[in-house]
Design a protein around this ligand. Structure first.
Ligand code: V47
Length: 370
């Protein structure tokens, strides 16, 4: 019996049917829709990781970023009824809450010198006035002007525009004036009308989501992008999603990072299945390879678990998000990760993977290297 102890990568790439993609990666040639589908379907996850890692190291060398942050989910009272969401409640329903501005500031004050970024995301809450959002941003900046504020998804921005009779640009300019630094990438879900009609029919679709981000980029606000996967979307729909993001990035160069988000099935109407660790690693790797114009690919460790997050650093990921402290959307949907990852633990996760931990701010300015 012949035992193969070592199989050169070249031979293995040919065998896995990915050799032509390897050549494109070497030449920094753009990957096609068909390439993306083939990458998702490959069984050779190590070669997929190898290719993604080449791009990861081309963009970010051996660095893995993290940020000392805090999440504020200001309200969960929502007009929408998204089938995949476990977070939202209707007014008066058990578990419904809405923070006052003072409650929010009370959370930030004790951490004011310990966090670099506040990540704010909530719901479409019909009771909150425009001043609430502007004063929230202004108030946090008053507590400590050095804190970066990453706030409001495109879904919220679109809601503010409709509720308060403003254009996207007016909404964003007023928030920027109040101190908004960047925008998170949530609410994109998956850019497919078929899935939208079934899972989130009342939420904005691809066109509006992209229009909000295009407007933000135009006025100098950098943003992130996400994709919610592992529910009922097809592989083809995932690749279309990535290509739409890549096209907008070609146009504006305003995206900082892409975060693939695995669907969590607890306590929501869709009640699908958990994604597996390998599906998550594949999603990072394919994203890294397809999004050749995105500087960063982030793993939100809350959503994958810290172990997959650690391994993801060899599958295209160069950012593990942050220390977090308080998270609701994933924990209400069944996440069993902790609420908080102290800085020394993030550093250990990164170092153990053979990478260099880099503490950053919201703009990826380096604060410290370890
Ligand atoms: O938009 C909701 C997703 C997102 C579920 O930009 C769910 O840096 C899984 O966007 N299972 C919000 N996912 C979180 C988000 C995010 C997270 C971390 C960093 C950044 C960033 C953005 O969470 C929503 C939605 O796509 N979500 N419900 C669920 N059951």
């Amino acid at each position: 019996m012949k035992v193969e102890l070592y199989q050169p990568y070249e031979e293995r790439l040919v065998k896995s049917g990915l050799y032509d993609i390897f050549e494109k990666v070497i030449e920094s040639e753009r990957l096609s829709f068909e390439d993306g589908v083939r990458l998702y379907r490959t069984d050779d996850v190590l070669m997929l990781g190898y290719l993604a890692n080449m791009v990861r190291e081309k963009f970010n060398g051996n660095r893995t970023y993290f940020v000392k942050n805090h999440i504020i989910n200001y309200s969960n009272i929502c007009e929408l009824d998204c089938k995949f969401c476990s977070f939202y409640r209707k007014e008066g329903q058990a578990g419904a809450y809405r923070f006052t501005l003072e409650q929010i500031f009370d959370k930030i004050r004790p951490l004011k010198d310990d966090i670099v970024e506040v990540h704010i995301v909530g719901s479409l809450d019909p009771k909150l006035p425009w001043e609430y959002y502007v004063d929230m941003i202004r108030g946090i900046k008053e507590i400590n002007p050095r804190i970066n504020i990453k706030a409001f998804t495109a879904v919220e921005i679109d809601y503010f525009a409709r509720m308060f009779g403003k254009s996207y640009e007016e909404v964003l300019l007023e928030l920027k004036e109040a101190g908004l630094d960047t925008m998170p990438g949530g609410g994109a879900e998956v850019f497919s009308e078929r899935v939208r009609e079934k899972l989130f029919p009342d939420k904005i679709g691809a066109e509006e989501w992209l229009a909000v981000h295009r407007t933000a980029h135009k006025i100098g606000i950098k943003t992130n992008a996400t994709m919610l996967y592992g529910h009922m979307e097809t592989i083809e729909e995932r690749v279309v999603h990535l290509i739409k993001l890549r096209d907008l990035q070609d146009e504006t160069n305003g995206f900082l990072t892409f975060i693939p988000l695995p669907y969590h099935p607890k306590n929501n109407k869709y009640a699908g299945e958990w994604t597996t660790g390998l599906q998550n690693l594949k999603s990072f790797a394919v994203a890294r390879l397809m999004l050749d114009n995105f500087p960063h690919i982030k793993c939100f460790w809350i959503s994958t678990g810290v172990k997959v997050a650690q391994v993801s650093q060899s599958f295209g990921v160069d950012d593990l998000d942050g220390t977090v402290r308080e998270e609701r959307i994933y924990h209400m949907a069944g996440a069993d990760t902790s609420q908080y990852l102290p800085k020394n633990q993030i550093i250990k996760l990164i170092k153990d993977a053979g990478r260099t931990p880099v503490e950053r701010d919201a703009y990826y300015n380096v604060i410290a290297e370890y």
